[in-house]
Design a binder for this molecule. Structure first.
Ligand SMILES: CSCCC(=O)C(=O)COP(=O)(O)O
Ligand SMILES: [Zn+2]
Length: 214
């Protein structure tokens, strides 16, 4: 499917849903200092050709303007003529779509995801076990254990993107960048948001649990 095959109705639906998610996350304080980026796929998925709307780089994500998003292709290149620059981290979104075929990718910097990513950074993953909200990832076994990958926070984004294929855990819809933030995904915006809320809850439980043990 080429970008011109995608209907205006579909593009507008995605832009409107993405703007609502952005407003919601901004109210939660999940975009400190213009950090964070969001994207949603438009049209059908094919690993060789897909398109998504992504936040423009460096914007105040708490404001709602006509210049908040642009459409890019599987390589992160703009699909239409625009003066907007896609998020500096678009290549990580590209890699997540390519590998998972998901419908939405959200990235936020929070205090808990930063602290936990640093605490477990040397280990390369955050081990989480036996907390009920693991079920938000559609993992239903009793006392389930997951490992959330922690990637190094290189300044050179293509070097991070290159590591993504080797780090993804099949059942875990998220990766942490050390001392930076989290990327989560889902088949649509609803599911990606559910996953993000669950990760943030789990990180806060772990952080407070570590303090209690001291
Ligand atoms: C100001 S935060 C540093 C960049 C970053 O990590 C981020 O999430 C926002 O970058 P973008 O280009 O998407 O605005
Ligand atoms: Zn970031």
């Amino acid at each position: 499917m080429t970008f011109s095959d995608i209907t205006t109705e579909e593009k507008n639906r995605v832009l409107s849903e993405l703007a609502d998610v952005k407003d919601d996350f901004a109210k939660r304080g999940w975009f400190p200092g213009t950090s964070g980026n969001l994207s949603m796929r438009v049209g059908n998925f094919d690993a060789e050709e897909f398109h998504f709307a992504v936040t423009a780089s460096g914007k105040d994500k708490a404001a709602r303007t006509p210049e908040d998003f642009l459409f890019v292709d599987k390589d992160g290149k703009a699909c239409e003529t625009t003066s907007l620059k896609p998020s500096a981290e678009t290549l990580i979104h590209c890699e997540i779509y390519r590998l998972t075929g998901c419908g939405a990718v959200f990235h936020v910097h929070t205090v808990f995801n930063n602290l936990i990513s640093e605490y477990y950074g040397d280990q390369g993953h955050v081990p989480i076990q036996g907390i009920e909200l693991i079920k938000a990832f559609n993992i239903w076994e009793e006392n389930a254990a997951i490992e959330v990958p922690v990637l190094p926070n290189y300044a050179h984004i293509p070097s991070i993107a290159k590591l993504v294929p080797g780090m993804l855990q099949e059942k875990v819809p998220g990766i942490l960048l050390r001392n930076h933030g989290i990327y989560v995904w889902g088949k649509n915006a609803f599911e990606a948001r559910k996953h993000l809320e669950a990760f943030e809850f789990l990180f806060e439980v772990m952080y407070r649990g570590l303090l209690l043990k001291k």
